[in-house]
Design a protein around this ligand. Structure first.
Ligand code: GLY
Length: 290
């Protein structure tokens, strides 16, 4: 048995002062939901799903309820999960109507396929009894003022007391994009990755550039060779050279947590075995990190 850890993020973005308390409250509730699963002996996969489900229900985050419309006015969401013990991957892309895309991704994780998209993903979600939610019931708290501001995604990484890692993401997309546009979030090696021999990572930010730089793969590879903070920082530098913004949360193979971002804010929360309360940061500068 080892100690457990969960590290979550609510997006690399700009957080206006009036949005700070909603972000803190959403992170607090989400990380506690994941921690409760781990404290009860649950798996890292279950903890990641539990934390992301809370963020999908909180309208301050661009995922689930807080998803933003594409140029046709529709909602298309993406989510991904990975189990570091088996390297099983489950993901959904351009999925409409579902309340919890991450839970559909977890259902895919149990299958031979790794990624289902569009109508196929919706048919699978219905087959598995996923709860549906009309677009009219989604009310993002934050008015989207620019494409930049809408790049956030939620994500989580966890290590359970069995020594297994998991990573997950969920995003409500980018406002005004083409119908069918898919970013990094449902693609393993781009928006997320977990491998028990290396650790786990989850990303947020400019999806096209994160995919072009296979950023999760870069970070996870470096986790095998360097400490978690420099592994994240030098990978984000590659993203910055493309003029893009992002943020990453990661656990190295010993469970050491780290995060980094080049966006103005990055909403992050951490809980470890023995913690009564989470540590929460809205930017790297705010306080000393883990
Ligand atoms: N990072 C989320 C997206 O670009 O869709």
């Amino acid at each position: 048995m080892t100690g457990w850890t969960i590290l979550i993020h609510g997006g690399a973005k700009t957080i206006a002062p009036e949005e700070e308390s909603d972000n803190r409250e959403g992170l607090d509730e989400a990380v506690r939901a994941g921690a409760d699963v781990l404290a009860a002996g649950g798996s890292a996969v279950a903890a990641v799903e539990a934390a992301i489900r809370v963020m999908e229900d909180h309208p301050v985050f661009n995922a689930g309820t807080g998803a933003v419309p594409n140029r046709a006015g529709g909602i298309e969401m993406c989510a991904g999960m990975m189990d570091g013990a088996s390297l099983a991957v489950g993901a959904v892309a351009a999925l409409p109507l579902v309340r919890h895309p991450v839970s559909v991704a977890r259902e895919v994780l149990r299958e031979r396929e790794i990624l289902l998209a569009g109508n196929g993903a919706l048919a699978f979600a219905r087959e598995r009894g996923a709860e549906l939610k009309d677009d009219e019931q989604r009310q993002p708290v934050r008015a989207v003022v620019s494409a930049d501001a809408a790049c956030d995604t939620v994500g989580a990484v966890a290590l359970d007391s069995n020594g297994d890692f998991a990573a997950g993401t969920s995003t409500g997309g980018l406002e005004g994009t083409r119908v069918g546009r898919v970013g990094d979030s449902p693609m393993p090696g781009c928006g997320f990755y977990a491998d028990n021999t290396l650790g786990a990572v989850a990303l947020s930010g400019d999806g096209e550039e994160i995919a072009r730089t296979v950023l999760a793969s870069r970070i996870i590879d470096k986790l095998g060779r360097m400490d978690v903070m420099p592994a994240i920082q030098c990978s984000l530098a590659r993203l910055a050279r493309l003029g893009a913004e992002g943020g990453a949360v990661a656990l190295d193979r010993k469970g050491q947590p780290g995060f980094g971002h080049n966006s103005s804010h990055f909403a992050v929360a951490l809980m470890r075995a023995g913690d009564e309360d989470p540590s929460i940061w809205l930017s790297r500068d705010e306080e000393e990190g883990p």
